[in-house]
Design a protein around this ligand. Structure first.
Ligand code: ZN
Ligand code: ZN
Length: 177
């Protein structure tokens, strides 16, 4: 755990400058974010996100690993790799707090997916920088979302966006996975 987000990068001449802070529900795990705006942000409706978050969909913001640094509670982190069904630290994995069990972030092989609801925003303007650009895996959705954002059946930019509701195009997409 000697690399970002667990440790600061050793070879960087650029000092880590926190723009936002974030914490899990019980605040034993705290982290800082050194980037004003994520690379992208999405609502993911895939069944894995639905089940592991106990929510209709996941709100995730994509950042570089070097953009994030845990400042407290690294010893409180637990991991889950849904592909391997394992609690071992195998990427890509989900990172949660051992104490309150809140999902904190997803660590991919190259990127991190942050959950903006854990970030302390001072104002709405900053929070808007983390708003999603689209919905992914919308064909697997638990609920319709009528927000005008592009809805992709699976991954972003994969074919054409699909309708927001079934009444627009009955039955065609919902049962496809
Ligand atoms: Zn916690
Ligand atoms: Zn998902």
């Amino acid at each position: 755990m000697n690399r970002p987000p667990y440790a600061l990068p050793e070879d960087s001449d650029k000092p880590f400058k926190a723009v936002y802070t974030g914490a899990c529900f019980c605040e034993k795990v705290k982290f800082e974010i050194a980037r004003e705006k994520p690379l992208d942000a999405k609502f993911c409706h895939c069944p894995t996100c639905q089940k592991l978050h106990g929510a209709p969909f996941q709100w995730a913001a994509i950042v570089e690993k070097t953009d994030v640094h845990f400042t407290e509670g690294e010893d409180q982190l637990i991991y889950w790799n849904p592909g391997e069904m394992s609690q071992e630290y195998i990427l890509p994995c989900k990172i949660s707090c051992k104490n309150c069990r809140a999902p904190i972030m997803d660590e991919g092989r190259n990127m991190l997916l942050l959950f903006p609801t854990l970030i302390h925003f001072d104002n709405l303007e900053d929070k808007r920088k983390f708003y999603p650009s689209c919905h992914i895996f919308y064909s697997r959705r638990a609920v319709d979302v009528k927000d005008g954002l592009p809805k992709w059946a699976k991954h972003k930019d994969d074919g054409r966006p699909i309708p927001e509701t079934l009444d627009e195009e009955p039955d065609k997409h919902r049962n496809k996975c």
